[in-house]
Design a protein around this ligand. Structure first.
Ligand code: 5GP
Length: 179
């Protein structure tokens, strides 16, 4: 089991590249079954979901559009609880469309509670939330995740798009904090 160091912390592998890619394939199959003839709009939540979204979208071989939003709530290893949209969305692209949100991780649920309500307020035809990871133990808001990559315990994780203090996003596997 490989161990890495990022800044002052040690992390050990938690989800391998193979496990992740197998789950990505299954998610793409599910999305293709539902949306192959719907011309959905994928909304990629930056920055954490970039790698998950890239893997999903390379394999989703149907007409679609791709938009990006940037939401911030974390500082270091703590959520601040205050959500900001720092790269906003073109609102007219949401109205009447089938929206698929690609998120990296739902932890307290505050970010996706805020964002799914915002998207709903723009009157889409449908909203599907796909989250690569879900940490149910820390959930503070009831968020309906339609497709979850992996349900994980209360761990701080890095890699596959997720960072620790700005680093580690480029790792192709997911690592957990080694205490
Ligand atoms: P929530 O609002 O659900 O508490 O948090 C959502 C955001 O917090 C995620 O999009 C992600 O950026 C960040 N986050 C939550 N848990 C972790 C974690 O274990 N590792 C990292 N790197 N970010 C996390």
């Amino acid at each position: 089991m490989s161990t890495i160091q990022i800044k002052d912390r040690h992390f050990r592998e938690y989800l391998s590249q193979d496990e992740i890619q197998a789950r990505v394939d299954a998610i793409v199959q599910e999305l293709s079954g539902k949306f192959s003839d719907k011309h959905p709009v994928f909304i990629v939540v930056l920055r954490g979901a970039f790698m998950f979204a890239s893997d999903i979208l390379k394999k989703f071989n149907h007409p679609c559009e791709i938009e990006f939003v940037r939401l911030t709530s974390y500082a270091g290893m703590q959520s601040t609880g205050k959500i900001n949209i720092t790269q906003p969305l073109k609102e007219e692209i949401v109205r009447g469309r089938d929206i698929i949100i690609l998120e990296d991780i739902v932890d307290s649920g505050l970010t996706m509670d805020f964002f799914t309500k915002y998207i709903q307020s723009l009157e889409p035809a449908s909203v599907t939330l796909v989250s690569f990871l879900f940490k149910p133990e820390n959930l503070q808001k009831e968020v309906k995740i339609d497709i979850t990559g992996f349900v994980i315990p209360e761990l701080f994780v890095v890699g596959y798009g997720l960072d620790y203090d700005g680093e580690g996003r480029n790792l192709p596997a997911v690592y957990q904090l080694a205490l």
